[in-house]
Design a protein around this ligand. Structure first.
Ligand SMILES: Nc1ncnc2c1ncn2[C@@H]1O[C@H](COP(=O)(O)OP(=O)(O)OP(=O)(O)O)[C@@H](O)[C@H]1O
Ligand SMILES: [Mg+2]
Length: 310
């Protein structure tokens, strides 16, 4: 099995898709409709009232000399869930980690171009990466609670991020974060127990609560359900839909049904072999999710979502 077929084996295209695939040849918009559509998007993006809370402009990410992703320009909006999909190695995690300077923790990683958060480039001199990560929270693939109590998992993160309220303020903060993460009812009577005593799905919701407690407005999630069973997955998906009322959420997923179920916009990334034999990832298209899955703009997207890739 080649890497690409192995990749596609992960992707279930046979089960019920919430949206019926319909392709570019099948009632595609006319040229004029497409131009009007693109103009509307461009106008929206240039309107500060609705411009993205987080935007990348010609972002390139390198590991040493290796350019892992090239020229990514995209805009993530408040109250939206944006899904990043694409074959393994196309740079989804790299892009996600670059959105809150998590890549700073990898010594060889370097970002060129801009990542604008409320208009400010998070890579400018003088920007504190810790503050960036407080405002743009991250949830990882494998739930990673601290080996501390449920309460302290949330309180500790808030404290190291400068929370200075009273004990009762802290109790309120913890309760509020657990409620927002739809975990309160399950743990309210055992907050002193270890976070590690929870089930995988509960641990992931605890990690979401911990991220929420620092009061971000963007949440980044890298395959947050891939270690979870279907019921725990459904709970996280429902939670994401509730959370988007107050956040912009960017999720990496290998599961196209998940992208179709939860996201408002979907970005398809692909990877190409350059003349030096390097495999560089790039953004193929970033479209409203129903459009990407029913009427993709690009042939490569169509091939990927129908499992005909490679
Ligand atoms: N820490 C690192 N050091 C060097 N190269 C890296 C590092 N992390 C990722 N890469 C490389 O960057 C490219 C993009 O990797 P990335 O993990 O972002 O892909 P991905 O789309 O998230 O893949 P997957 O779906 O398998 O998680 C790959 O070629 C990978 O080998
Ligand atoms: Mg990844």
């Amino acid at each position: 099995m080649t890497d690409e077929t192995k990749e596609n084996a992960d992707v279930d295209t046979t089960s019920d898709t919430p949206v019926r695939p319909r392709f570019a040849t099948d009632s595609a918009p006319t040229h004029d409709e497409r131009v009007a559509d693109e103009r509307a998007v461009a106008e929206e993006d240039s309107n500060p009232a609705v411009a993205g809370v987080l935007e990348t402009k010609l972002m390139n990410v390198f590991y040493g000399d290796f350019r892992a992703v090239a020229d990514v320009s995209m805009s993530f909006h408040f109250n939206d869930i944006s899904a990043l999909i694409g074959p393994s190695g196309c740079g989804k995690s790299t892009v996600l980690r670059s959105l809150n300077r998590m890549n700073d923790l990898i010594p060889s990683a370097r970002v060129e171009g801009e990542v604008r958060y409320h208009g400010a480039n998070i890579y400018d001199d003088g920007i504190d990466p810790v503050e960036v990560r407080r405002r743009i929270g991250m949830v990882f693939q494998k739930p990673n609670p601290f080996p501390k109590s449920i309460f302290d998992n949330i309180a500790w993160g808030a404290k190291i991020n400068g929370f200075k309220g009273s004990k009762s303020d802290m109790n309120d903060l913890v309760e509020n974060a657990l409620r927002q993460a739809a975990l309160w009812d399950e743990v309210k009577d055992k907050q002193s127990e270890s976070g590690l005593s929870l089930s995988g799905g509960q641990q992931q919701r605890l990690c979401i609560a911990r991220a929420i407690a620092t009061q971000p407005d963007v949440l980044l999630m890298d395959e947050p359900c891939s270690a979870l069973d279907p019921i725990a997955t459904l709970k996280i998906e429902e939670l994401m839909i509730e959370l988007k009322e107050n956040y912009s959420i960017v999720i990496v997923t290998h599961n196209m049904q998940q992208a179709a179920r939860v996201s408002d916009r979907t970005a398809f990334f692909n990877v190409e072999l350059d003349t030096d034999g390097q495999r560089t990832g790039y953004l193929v298209e970033f479209s409203p999710t129903d459009e990407l899955f029913t009427n993709p703009r690009e042939k490569d997207t169509e091939d990927y979502i129908t499992g005909r890739f490679g």
